[in-house]
Design a binder for this molecule. Structure first.
Ligand code: DP6
Length: 326
């Protein structure tokens, strides 16, 4: 009735931005990501507790945060088809400085896998990915390691909208992702609200959907060939297009700040000098740099020279892992 799971966050190389169904968390387009080690979240789920309690990163969760966790466990109860009693959830991220990146995707992936295991359900990556998606869309890509593709699906019930692993972590062991924390503050507009505003008001949104969908198979091909330069170019292009469609929303959404732009400019200059480094950017000011093992130290130095207060050097990560089961 109790299980502990460790999961890693993922960084999207082709982003998910916008839902066609807010309740089931179904995206308008497919996306593709890389799971990152060593950042991780460890989550324990125990059914049969005296009452429902949710502890996230050392604090009792409240309001919508708590509701999202408990709603996901209600799905587990429905799948188990029996009364499992109240649940106790304890979740902790081991890299507080990268909390923004680590918390939601890794947390919901760990919760989905631990919830199913604690309920005695068999290990099933597809079922766990669908469950994780219902907590937070990008979490469906953290159930498995390596390069995972979230297929948008067509069905209204979302049963064909889940992530599959295209290449495992060992496929491209030389790839490095360097997380540059320029700003530790909470983002002003959460992804959930930002993407909703973009879908509803950005005149560029239909073009984003079409373009992102077409980029996924191209990215897959470049990963197969381990073509860092072409993949780097694709990632930057996709990040710029996600931010462009958001900038065109009403009210406009600008996630970049001057430090972000400074780093991007510096990175381009370094690239002209032969340093193989590219960036991607989620809904916040902190870029993630793509490079290879030979240049990860140079990428870290570049980030620090541009004002990064913390830097985490990551390698391709593995699957969400069951640590203990009681
Ligand atoms: C920019 O998965 O956090 O990081 O589904 O509303 O929980 P919800 O959103 P979330 O959005 C992630 C957006 C992104 C791009 C990506 O990871 O693909």
């Amino acid at each position: 009735m109790k299980a502990t799971v460790r999961a890693h966050p993922n960084i999207a190389l082709v982003k998910y931005w916008g839902k066609r169904d807010d309740a089931l968390i179904l995206p308008h387009q497919s996306s593709l990501s890389l799971t990152l080690e060593p950042i991780h979240v460890t989550t324990t789920v125990e059914f049969g507790a005296p009452s429902d309690t949710v502890e996230l990163h050392g604090h009792a969760a409240k309001g919508s945060e708590r509701d999202r966790v408990l709603r996901l466990l209600d799905q587990v109860r429905a799948q188990a088809g029996r009364d499992l009693g109240p649940a106790k959830v304890v979740s902790r991220g081991d890299f507080p400085m990268a909390a923004g990146l680590a918390s939601s995707a890794a947390g919901f992936a760990a919760l989905a896998v631990a919830g199913r295991a604690a309920a005695g359900l068999p290990q099933d990556t597809r079922a766990s990915s669908i469950l994780a998606r219902r907590g937070s869309g990008s979490a469906c890509r953290s159930v498995q390691g390596g390069f995972c593709e979230w297929m948008r699906g067509e069905r209204e019930d979302g049963e064909d909208s889940y992530a599959v692993q295209r290449f495992d972590a060992g496929h491209w062991a030389d790839l490095r992702m360097v997380v540059a924390i320029l700003d530790r503050g909470e983002k002003e507009v959460k992804s959930r609200d930002g993407m909703k505003n973009t879908v509803e008001t950005s005149p560029y949104y239909p073009a984003w959907v079409k373009d992102a969908e077409a980029e996924v198979p191209r990215a897959r091909e470049l990963i197969a060939k381990k073509d860092l330069e072409a993949l780097g170019e694709l990632c930057e292009r996709n990040a710029w297009r996600m931010h462009s469609t958001s900038l065109a929303a009403d009210p406009p959404l600008c996630y970049l700040n001057s430090a972000t732009l400074g780093l991007i400019q510096h990175l381009r200059e370094q690239r002209k000098k032969g340093v193989p480094v590219w960036f991607t950017l989620d809904a916040g000011p902190n870029p993630v740099l793509l490079t290879n093992a030979a240049h990860e130290v140079a990428a870290e130095a570049l980030a620090r020279a541009c004002g990064a207060v913390d830097v985490v050097r990551c390698v391709p990560g593995g699957d969400a892992t069951l640590l203990t089961e009681h």
